[in-house]
Design a binder for this molecule. Structure first.
Ligand code: ADP
Ligand code: MG
Length: 337
């Protein structure tokens, strides 16, 4: 299949009201088969609307979604909304029966005509999601992360070709998220499943996704690989979505000895180098030290200007300490986007 023919969004607009303020506007996109694409954007930017349009849960106001060259039908044309080859999992695990076991939930979508197949497929899905040992446990007694694994196993049992995940890890404890993300990556690798996910966690999208799409006010404003977008975000908006960057205006940039030619400067924490010279004035004060596990984020201040720095030598820069900084790299932006 030629690239661009898998899942395509052709000039799609979906407005909830008569205006063009809500929903998404004139979206043109092409998704790669067998990859994980993450859609990022601030709350209300249209991420969920876009997923629902792709899946066929919403009717476009204009334009069309094509799956393998055929129009994805919306809820008006289709009795059971949602494309047959696709599944969606959200942060709400509502469609699970809390009082049934993992096995019962996952197998419930398969008929009893072929019991052997049902058994085998259920076991396979449980193993893929690494919850085989929980098969006889009631969903009500499970943690958020385990419930989400059951929901994904249930979604995968009918072998969909595309899986949509709308902020699926929100109810999952941070320490279990990474394991679940790895599991999904492994499934994609093993089965060729295409995953399109929405997330607002920068760490998650950068480590999980093959491609990133940035939405702002219902429009696609930037797209590329996580590495490209992190190392060279075209928009300040993207830089802020993908990192804990410090944003300074021209005057504040001067305090960091940056002569900016544009209006704003963004500096990611790893590019703020803390220096403690033995002699001379030290002008930045360590205001806060945020413990992050194997590293710390250090909030520095000078003349009301704040910078966020990364430090891997724990305890080296205690609160109240005076230091100097050197900026290794920064981005400049023309306007607040
Ligand atoms: P996101 O998932 O990025 O937070 P949504 O796709 O849910 O954004 O919403 C995009 C915009 O469309 C928002 O301004 C939201 O208020 C509006 N919107 C979403 N769903 C509806 C709806 N059912 N009726 C009216 N407006 C909606
Ligand atoms: Mg949403």
């Amino acid at each position: 299949m030629e690239q661009g023919q898998f899942l395509e969004v052709v000039s799609v607009t979906k407005n909830y009201n008569e205006d063009r303020i809500s929903g998404v506007n004139n979206v043109i996109l092409s998704f790669q088969e067998g990859k994980i694409t993450a859609i990022v954007g601030e709350s209300g930017s249209g991420k969920s609307t876009l997923l629902k349009l792709l899946f066929g849960l919403l009717e476009p106001t204009e334009g069309e979604v094509l799956y393998k060259g055929e129009i994805v039908m919306g809820p008006i044309e289709k009795l059971i909304p949602g494309h047959d080859k696709m599944k969606m999992v959200t942060q709400h695990t509502d469609d699970l029966n809390l009082f049934a076991t993992a096995w019962e939930n996952i197998s419930s979508l398969l008929s009893n005509i072929d019991i052997d197949y049902k058994q085998a497929a259920t076991e396979k899905a449980l193993r893929q999601l690494r919850i085989y040992d929980l098969k006889d446990q009631r969903v009500a007694d499970m943690s958020g992360g385990e419930k989400q694994r059951v929901a994904i196993a249930k979604a995968l049992i009918t072998s969909p070709e595309v899986l949509f995940l709308d902020e699926p890890f929100n109810q999952v404890d941070a320490s279990f998220r990474e394991g679940l993300q790895q599991t999904i990556r492994q499934i994609v690798k093993d089965t060729g499943l295409t995953v399109i996910m929405v997330s607002h966690d920068p760490a998650e999208v950068l480590s999980m996704a093959d491609d990133l799409i940035v939405l702002k006010d219902g429009e696609v404003v930037e797209a590329g690989t996580p590495a490209e977008m992190y190392s060279k975000p075209k928009m300040l908006y993207t830089a802020q979505l993908l990192s804990h960057c410090s944003v300074l205006n021209k005057e504040q940039a001067k305090i960091c000895r940056i002569v900016a030619s544009r209006r704003y400067v963004a500096i990611t924490p790893e590019n703020v180098i803390i220096i403690v010279p033995r002699f001379g004035k030290k002008k930045w004060e360590v205001m806060q030290v945020l413990f992050k596990g194997f590293y710390e984020e250090i909030l520095l201040e000078k003349d009301g200007t704040r910078l966020r720095a990364l430090n891997i030598e724990r305890g080296k820069y205690p609160e109240g300490m005076m230091v100097n900084v050197e900026i290794k790299k920064y981005f400049e932006y023309g306007q607040w986007l």
